[in-house]
Design a binder for this molecule. Structure first.
Ligand code: PMP
Length: 330
């Protein structure tokens, strides 16, 4: 049976822990925002005939809130930027959002207050083609919108993971644009991660159709070569990650040189460090690629330093970049 947890104030265990592992089924006990109202999560349902369920015509976001026990505060990390990206994904998919990034951010804050979480949480907004219509197109279809949230611990192992290059190629911008966070596109991730896990790895590495490194299954990728940080550019079929942009900023502030360029697969075999990043993944160092040891097989100094700074900023223990944190509680 799948485990569940609520992470509410009434659940002291969840308040102490970082939250359940991914793969745990989400408890339907909290409050959701669904088509204009706050409702019990268990009542936020769609019809089986919903266009998005049938054809993958929805866009979503993954946002994290970090609980700071000392300050008794829940900080939402880069909230506005997530809704700005969601608006861009919606432009691609011709979905109308029910508000601008500021209005949607205010709904998230209210949702977190109503759920009264005292743990790290994950917030999932979803905008979707709601029409019960059998017509595979985008225009002229009714849209729906909802947000739910739940406690979540690490999405990927952060103690040094193993990755495997996928035999599945990353979807190209000419087929399904990876820069849009489109639900249907995650079939590509599911196939690749499933394969990686079957071969004993934790995360997949996608190559583009021309054989260059693109990104992880649900994360962006960096490598370190000769003290320089390298990450694939935005035209390499990646999701334009908010954590990627955050790490580029804090790495440059720390004095590292950061370049965005094409990466060959074998560069990962000879790199000093490889690490993944994402809202869910956070900073996840990679110590093995395709059964080869990366560097000396231990978490490298750059991934360690960036991971610690990222965590301190996200939790509000480091006061720099206040514009990145939204305090959910008064
Ligand atoms: N790439 C993919 C395919 C993802 O699903 C994610 C997670 N949203 C990322 C990259 C990282 O993006 P972000 O840092 O904005 O969460």
């Amino acid at each position: 049976m799948a485990s569940t947890t609520t992470g509410k104030v009434s659940d002291p265990a969840a308040a102490r822990e970082a939250g359940p592992a991914p793969g745990s089924e989400i408890a339907e006990t909290g409050v959701a925002y669904f088509d204009g109202a706050f409702v019990p999560l268990g009542e936020a349902k769609v019809s089986i005939a919903t266009h998005a369920l049938q054809y993958g015509t929805a866009v979503f976001e993954g946002i994290r809130g970090y609980w700071n026990e000392r300050q008794e505060q829940l900080y939402v990390f880069r909230l506005r930027e997530h809704f700005e990206r969601m608006a861009r994904s919606c432009r691609i998919m011709r979905i109308d959002l029910p508000g601008d990034p500021d209005e949607l951010s205010a709904i998230v804050v209210e949702l977190l207050r109503r759920n009264a979480f005292r743990s790290d949480v994950y917030v999932r907004p979803l905008a979707y083609k709601a029409a019960r219509v059998v017509k595979v197109a985008l225009h002229g279809l009714r849209d729906g919108f909802g947000i739910y949230a739940f406690p979540l611990g690490d999405y990927l192992p952060t103690g040094g993971l193993a990755a495997r290059t996928a035999s599945w190629r990353r979807i190209s911008d000419e087929a399904i644009p990876a820069r849009g966070k489109i639900t249907g596109a995650y079939v590509n991730t599911a196939l690749a991660v499933d394969e990686a896990v079957e071969f004993g790895a934790d995360e997949a590495i996608f190559l583009t159709s021309d054989g260059h490194v693109s990104e992880g299954g649900g994360s962006n990728l960096f490598m370190v070569r000769d003290g320089e940080l390298v990450t694939p550019c935005v035209t390499e079929e990646i999701l334009e990650g908010i954590t990627r942009e955050t790490l580029v900023t804090i790495a440059r502030e720390a004095g590292y040189r950061v370049v965005e360029r094409k990466i060959d697969r074998t560069e990962l075999f000879i790199a000093d460090e490889v690490f993944f990043c994402g809202t869910g993944a956070q900073v996840a160092p990679c110590v093995r690629v395709d059964n080869r040891t990366v560097g000396d097989g231990r978490i490298g100094p750059v991934a360690r330093a960036l991971g610690e700074r990222y965590s301190a900023l996200a939790h509000g223990d480091d006061a720099a970049h206040p514009e990145w944190r939204t305090a959910a509680y008064r």
